[in-house]
Each structure stands twice: as C-alpha cells, then as structure tokens.
Design a protein around this ligand. Structure first.
Ligand code: NAP
Length: 456
C-alpha cells in the first residue's frame, strides 16, 4: 500500500491525484487530497471569474476525481502548521506532493504603492470570489477612474469585472456584497496599462476579444501608441497568440469611430502600452493618480525609459503584475523564481532529491500557463513518484491519516462536509432569489460543514 498526500485541491493537485490513481504500475495506492480551505478546487473556485461559467464548470471534472474510490478529500487542514510540518506529514503519508500554487502577489516597489485605494488585483479577485480569507475586504467602487497595472489575463479579468453591470452577474455564484457594490459602482473609466508593447502583452486572445463585447462598455486604443511596437507594424514573425492579439487590437484601432465612445455607453476600457509605473500619487485620503514613464522598445523584447512622464487619474488602482510562490516550511525555496527546486517533480535539497517529497503546478514551474498546462506538469510529477514507489511504500507509521491529522491539531472537513457546504450555498442562493451563492466567510463554511458531521 502506497499512501500519498497531495497538498492543494486546485487543478494541479487534482490532476496529480488523477495521474496517481489512473495507472496500473502501483495498483495499491490511496491518495489524500488535503486543502487549507474546507472547499476544494483552488483557483477554479476562488480565481476563475464568476462570469467565466464554462471554465468554472471544470469543477465537475475535478469532482469526478475527488469522488474516485482511491481518492479522499480532506479539507480544513493546514500543511506546514505547527505539528504538521514535512517531517510529520511524512510520518502520516509515504509521499507528499505539494501543489500549493503561488499564494501571494508580486510587488511593484514604487513610492505610494500602499496608499489607500491601491490594492493587489488578487485582493479584488478574492473579494468577488468570496474567498473566506477576504471576508473583511470591502471594495466600495466609489472611484470614477480605475487603473489596472499589467496586461495579463488577471488584469483582463479585473478590468472586465469592473465594467460589468450587476444584472449580468446576478445569475452567477458571486456573493451578495460584491454584487451590490457593482450595482452601485461609479466607475466610468478603466485603464489597463502595459509597460511593454502590445505584441508582448501576456493576455490570451479569447480573453482580450471578450472585452470588446461587454454590453455598455467601449474599448479604446491609441493607434499611434500601438504603432510604437515594430511587431505591431509587421506581426508576421510573432508567435500565434501575440499575432492574434495584435489583430484584435488593430481591429479596434481601425474602427470608423476612431477613439470616440458611442453615446449610450456607460463605461470605457482604455488599453495603454509602453507606460512603466513609477509612482502612485495621493495622500492619506487615498490614491488619485498613477505616474508612468513613457518607454520605448529596446529592440530585444524589453523597453527603455524615455524620461517623459504621464499621469493617469485613478482613485482605485489594481496592481495585476503576477503571482508569486511563498516558501513552504521545511522545503527548499528559490527566492529568485518563487518556486521549489526540483527535478521532474522530485524536490531537491542541496542538489539531492528529498525522499518522498514532490511538487506540481505553480509552486513547481511558476505562475504561468492556463489550467490545462497543469495536466502534463502533474503527470510528470506522478510518474516520478510512481517510479520511486518501491522505496516509499509502507514507510508511514501514523495509522489512519484522518485520525492522525486530527491528533496533529487539525479539524478535517471530509467530502460529506464539502457536500453540505454546497447544499448550504444552494439554499442560501434560493433564499436570495438567485442560484447557488457562495458563503463568504470561514464561520459560515465551517458551520455548514458541521451540519454533515452531526447528521452522520
Ligand atoms: P502574467 O500573465 O504574468 O501577467 C503579468 C503582467 O504584469 C504582465 O503584463 C507583466 O508585464 C506585468 N508586470 C510585471 N511586473 C511589472 C512591473 N514591475 N511593472 C509593470 N508591469 C509589470 O500574470 P497574471 O495576469 O497574474 O496571470 C497569471 C497566470 O494565470 C497566467 O498564466 C494567466 O494566463 C493565468 N490566468 C488565466 C486566465 C484565463 O485563462 N482566463 C485568467 C486569469 C489568469 P511584462 O510582460 O512586461 O513582465
């Protein structure tokens, strides 16, 4: 018998569990998928925007894996907490795979970054996604102008959510607070700003194009700014995604109405490029603008400063410049990349594999790629683990893992607890005259899970 703990129940964790049980090399295997939250699915539940229902429906595929007879979901367990470090986990499980993602945001390191009204985009995402750690977060959306720094898919998500009308989101599982804030939003202009050119933007084409079809919102670009990018003028040599992005932007630039928003549009999304943030301006009362330096292409994919500056008004600033992995207690960590050093998923400590300890997903390869990128990544790690199975099986000594986790001070929420949360969210939504609505705080989630405990 090989008993494996997968830490994290987002796509990388669930795909790792799937690769571990859907194979015939080690048939006698049990996989425990642990999560700090009482809810599974990681960023599919707490990162994918509520209006991306098709991507959200991936939860159904992940659910099938978590309901596999050899897989067990164990929520509300914090790996790395006192009494549950790597050593203790290795007493409970023969092998441990960390699929903990990239839990924090990158910093800009510019003056004024922490002024009131300037937030990491991840805080905004956590708020509208009802992440229980963000239960105390409030975005009043009283700003007239919002600046989103960065041109990746998270930037597109937050720009889109700032532009949506509450009525368009009422059918989603978004919690009541953010829905009400969007209904009262005074945001008219959303500026999404990249430090490099349009051909180097990180967003994908489907996501970019979607901005152009938002009801009541106009997307504005500046043809002369786009044309500063040599690859915009001649996109033939670009990779496919960048080329398609450039085509979408060109389509917007060449619209007959030029840059003017048609009458009747409530909101405008301005896509700007070659502007590097250098300072947030404002005072204790809040941010009022972002100061950017105009940049110019350096000929090798980067940019250089030009010494010319521009201010963009913004009473709300969302810094969407990427995620970053955090050090895991007891694991080596590469500060430069924010990842755990590994070879084919085997964690490396001072160059040698740490027996029985593995990584998959963003903590392994950094916060890049779409959900599907996790599949081959998880498979590689699972194959390494399975190849090591003979040296690992039977090493754990702690007996029943759930009981051992409880002895280590955790209060595990098992699959019936999660199903009870789902039922409570459906009931809560029904009471509000909506579909399922997420419970936004720890107390509500744990009370709902408790209902399953007492009814068993
Ligand atoms: P990302 O794709 O890495 O984009 C980060 C953006 O921030 C880039 O435009 C980057 O510009 C910019 N940036 C970084 N440091 C900066 C600085 N100091 N000043 C100004 N700009 C800076 O990160 P993300 O948007 O957080 O997305 C993370 C991953 O999740 C990506 O793989 C993304 O595709 C994925 N995701 C996918 C979806 C979807 O499929 N719908 C939704 C959300 C997220 P440079 O390029 O110049 O560094």
């Amino acid at each position: 018998m090989l008993r494996v703990a997968v830490i994290g129940s987002g796509p990388s964790g669930v795909y790792t569990a799937q690769s571990l049980v859907e194979q015939e090399i080690v048939p006698d295997i049990e996989v425990y998928v642990l999560d700090r939250l009482p809810c599974p699915y990681g960023l599919v539940r707490y990162g994918v925007a509520p209006d991306h229902e098709k991507i959200k429906s991936l939860q159904n595929n992940l659910r099938t894996v978590l309901e596999h007879p050899r897989v067990r979901f164990v929520g509300n367990v914090e790996a790395g907490a006192p009494g549950l470090g790597v050593e203790e986990l290795r007493e409970i499980f023969d092998a441990v795979v960390f699929c903990v993602g990239a839990a924090t945001d990158r910093h800009l390191g510019i003056p004024g970054e922490d002024l009131p009204g300037s937030h990491p985009a991840t805080d905004f995402v956590a708020w509208y996604s009802a992440h229980p750690d963000a239960a105390a977060t409030r975005f009043a959306l009283t700003a007239r102008s919002a600046v989103v720094i960065g041109v990746g898919n998270v930037a597109v998500d937050v720009a889109r959510m700032l532009s949506r009308a509450a009525a368009e989101l009422a059918a989603t599982d978004m919690p009541q607070g953010p829905l009400g804030a969007l209904a009262d939003s005074r945001v008219e202009d959303v500026w999404m700003v990249g430090r490099r050119g349009p051909s180097q933007a990180k967003f994908t084409t489907k996501e970019l194009r979607e901005l152009g079809s938002l009801p009541g919102t106009e997307v504005l670009v500046r043809p002369e700014e786009l044309a500063l990018d040599p690859a915009y003028r001649d996109p033939a040599g670009l990779p496919a995604v960048a080329r398609r992005n450039v085509e979408v932007l060109r389509g917007w630039a060449e619209r007959p109405n030029g840059g003017g928003a048609p009458v009747g549009r409530r909101r405008r999304i301005h896509l700007r490029f070659f502007l590097r943030p250098v300072e947030m301006l404002g005072d204790a009362g809040g941010v009022r603008a972002v100061r950017f330096e105009r940049t110019a292409p350096d000929g090798s994919g980067g940019v250089t400063g030009t010494g010319r500056f521009e201010e963009i008004e913004g009473q709300l600033v969302l810094r969407s410049v990427g995620y970053r992995g955090t050090p895991q207690p007891g694991l080596p960590f590469d500060e430069a990349t924010g990842t755990v050093p590994h070879t084919a998923g085997r964690v490396l400590a001072e160059g040698a594999p740490l027996p029985g300890v593995y990584v998959a997903g963003w903590i392994k390869r950094g916060p890049t790629g779409v959900i599907g990128t996790n599949r081959p990544c998880a498979k590689e790690t699972a194959q390494s683990l399975l190849a090591d199975a003979a040296t690992l099986a039977g090493r754990a000594t702690a007996g029943d893992p759930v009981a051992a986790l409880a002895r280590a001070g955790q209060r595990p929420v098992l699959w019936p607890g999660w199903l009870a949360i789902e039922a409570a969210e459906a009931e809560w939504g029904q009471g509000l005259g909506r579909g399922t609505v997420k419970l936004p705080d720890w107390a509500g989630l744990l009370a709902a899970a408790q209902a399953a405990d007492t009814s068993r």
